[in-house]
Design a protein around this ligand. Structure first.
Ligand code: NAD
Ligand code: UD1
Length: 339
């Protein structure tokens, strides 16, 4: 069992991963500046796991704070979630994204090298496949130029990690390319808690369901897909969290840099999300069709064969589970982690 530093561990995917790590017997040290999360999530993780974790409030751009963590705890490996993730915001304030996501990752990797900790799992995104590749995406495809600055930061960090691992064979790095994470832990105690108006589909749907928003706007109905709305590969956040534990355990026994897609491989349309949410949860979602959103691709979904073959990972939760669990979290926590 290993001692894992989890940057951004208080966030949506990080909190679910901390719970899986504790449940599989690992020790967890969370490092998070709480700019987009709440300490309450970590209290709930500890209550669910019935095990403690260590929490340090800090910023990954703060070299001294990072050195201190590696000095104070005997860290075996790092899972790196910390960063900013709002696509629209990344177009307005790109420097904040370059600073947090690129410079922050660089600070972390340098601190790891100083501490001689060489095992790293990095949160990447399917967005690195860019516009030109055709779904299903597989890891051998050349990276494309992402359509936005957020995606660009993921591509840059992937590349700098690959080059770092090439230069020094001590490194062992996993690049996990997530598709569209949704859902929440079955307990409804932890889940996604976006600040302000949600950009992403699922939190928007659940906020309409709970009465915080009046109706869903479906962006575009004339895409070349079966029902004319965009198709995405939605993945339950607990399946995603489990992929991190498996990738981490793989990295403890391998060197080099390796990418894995983490998705179900099934394209689901935006309209199907709305309709299935209504059927599964018995709640009507008022909606209207709206113009296409700039930068959206018609259809993207994963080929996750490599994750199955090499990590023994595959998605276990169904679409119905994702929609029921998203709603269970929102219903129990109408204002997220805010009282
Ligand atoms: P999140 O915002 O819930 O979690 C990110 C966490 O990082 C937050 O707790 C935040 O407070 C912390 N953080 C941000 N900047 C920091 C900094 N400079 N120093 C320390 N902590 C900092 O987001 P999430 O959905 O859990 O995403 C986690 C990771 O996965 C991110 O890197 C994101 O880009 C990536 N990702 C997310 C999605 C998605 O749809 N949610 C898809 C692909 C990739
Ligand atoms: C977006 C980002 C992607 C990022 C991911 C996770 C873009 C182009 N891509 O993916 O880089 O990794 O979020 O943060 O922004 N939709 C609606 N109405 C809404 C919200 C969304 O119809 O109110 C539609 C969108 O048009 C899209 C689908 O739902 O077709 C999914 O959208 P979203 O949840 O934002 O994820 P992506 O766009 O796939």
């Amino acid at each position: 069992m290993a001692k894992i530093l989890v940057t951004g561990g208080a966030g949506y995917i990080g909190s679910h991963t901390c719970l899986e790590l504790l449940n599989t017997g690992h020790e967890v040290v969370v490092f998070d500046n709480l700019c987009n999360s709440s300490k309450i999530a970590l209290e709930r993780v500890q209550a669910l796991a019935q095990k403690p974790l260590n929490f340090i409030q800090g910023d990954i751009r703060d070299m001294q704070a990072l050195d201190q963590v590696f000095h104070d705890y005997k860290i075996d490996a790092v899972i790196h979630f910390a960063g900013l993730k709002a696509v629209g915001e990344s177009q307005k304030i790109p420097l904040a994204y370059f600073d947090n996501n690129i410079a922050g990752s660089l600070c972390l990797v340098q601190a790891m090298e100083r501490a001689e900790v060489f095992q790293l799992v990095f949160s990447s995104s399917a967005t690195v496949y860019g516009e030109l590749n055709q779904a299903p995406y597989h890891e051998e495809m050349p990276l494309g130029m992402p359509t936005n600055n957020y995606g660009y930061t993921k591509m840059v960090v992937e590349q700098l990690l690959e080059k770092t691992a090439l230069a020094n064979p001590a490194w062992s790095i996993a690049l996990l390319r997530y598709f569209n994470p949704v859902g929440a832990h079955k307990s409804g105690e932890i889940g996604e808690d976006p600040q302000g108006i949600p950009n992403n589909l699922m939190p928007f749907v659940t906020q309409v369901a709970v009465g915080r928003r009046s109706k869903l706007a479906i962006f575009g109905q004339d895409y070349p897909t079966l029902d004319g709305t965009c198709e995405r590969d939605f993945i339950h956040v607990v399946d995603l969290a489990k992929a991190h534990v498996l990738a981490l355990e793989n990295r403890l026994n391998h060197t080099g840099c390796r990418a894995w897609n983490i998705g179900t491989g099934k394209p689901i349309s935006v309209l199907a999300i709305k309709n299935t949410f209504e059927r599964v949860n018995g709640i009507e979602i008022p909606f209207e069709f709206a113009p296409r959103r700039t930068g959206d691709l018609a259809s993207f979904y994963a080929d996750s064969t490599r994750a199955y073959q090499e990590l023994n990972w595959k998605a276990e939760y169904s679409l119905e589970d994702m929609l029921a669990d998203s709603w269970n979290w929102q219903r129990k926590n109408p204002n997220g982690f805010n009282p």
